[in-house]
Ligand binder design. Sequence first.
Ligand code: ADP
Ligand code: MG
Length: 380
Amino acid sequence: METKGTRIGVVVRVRPLLSKELKANSLNNRIDINLAEKSITILSDQKQQKRFEFDEVFDEKTTQEHLYQKLKLDNLIKKVIEGYNATIFAYGPTGSGKTYTMEGYEHDKSMKPIIRDDGRLGLIPRIVKNLFDEIKKAPSHIEYTVYCTYVQIYKENIYDLLNPAQIKPPGLRLRWNQQEEFYVENLFMHPCYSANEVISHYNSGLKNRIISSHNANTSSSRSHSLLSLNIEAMDSETGSILTSKLQLVDLAGSEKVSQTGNEGAALKESIEINKALFTLRQVISTLASMRDGEASFVPYRDSKLTSLLKQSIGGNSYCLMIACIAPLDSFFEDNLSTLTYATKALCISNEPIRNIDPKTRVIKELRKEVKRLNSELLLA
Ligand code: ADP
Ligand code: MG
């Protein structure tokens, strides 16, 4: 997705009815999609309707390949290779297609991913493959290393899905670095030199995500997962180093707590899980209502998730939000809420900056100074 200026790109994907839903004759008459206008109208009853417009709208016929192409993710990958940070996150209620969109795998009984290259692959495996294809095209004096990390946030605990010793409470701590960014302390960072290496770490992380969810006695759709591809480009000719980060985020289901019918411990769990999403919505609302140049308190620090997404939403990254909804009456309230926040996100501006290693910057400035002094000498 090419963001207009530096605004967050916001698209909506409506998933198809599943065969069991078709059999159950689930109603499907409350969403009206207009692809040409990039709009969705939600019909609340025969008379009332609410219309939303986005950067792009994808209907139930959209294939994974079409989605990837239409979002122009190859352009985003090029930006990341040039040293910009980028984030793609999927938002929406449980069962709306977030994991299908991001991951697209099916799993066998032992939760091993079944990877069929039959067009069902989601954005993550496609992005990983194309990132390395792009890296291969770079000049030979630039050496790339992709460090991959994969974390899960569940009830405000952060687990390292690439480190089996760190997939149970209390999890890892958040720290604050000099670039004014939050990071996860002691996180495993695996250097990878091919798409297959990343995918193999990602797959073991997916298995750990399931084990971790079993440990916590919950479903993985109740946790947030963040796969991060940290790219380091060393230029042997100039000695410069560029670093950038591509974050691929599959959020927990954003459904309303009241609708899950939970009580007691389960209700407490829902509230804690929703703390991150509640804060995310607050962050989105605050940023969306801020006028140009206005300073306002944005509650990033109120949850681990929003702390980690600080630079992605209202920060220095490119960002794409994929709002997922399902064409079922039971999703009606959650679809409305999802589209409402997606609309707010359309008003958020980021200021992407190219990450140059501070040492590289100094070297560049010194070189400039030497050039200037040389020309002064020649003139004298
Ligand atoms: P979420 O991650 O939002 O909870 P899932 O991605 O698990 O939802 O999707 C719920 C179900 O719908 C899964 O069985 C998934 O395979 C199916 N599904 C979701 N999106 C699509 C799609 N675009 N095409 C076909 N099946 C889909
Ligand atoms: Mg999911």
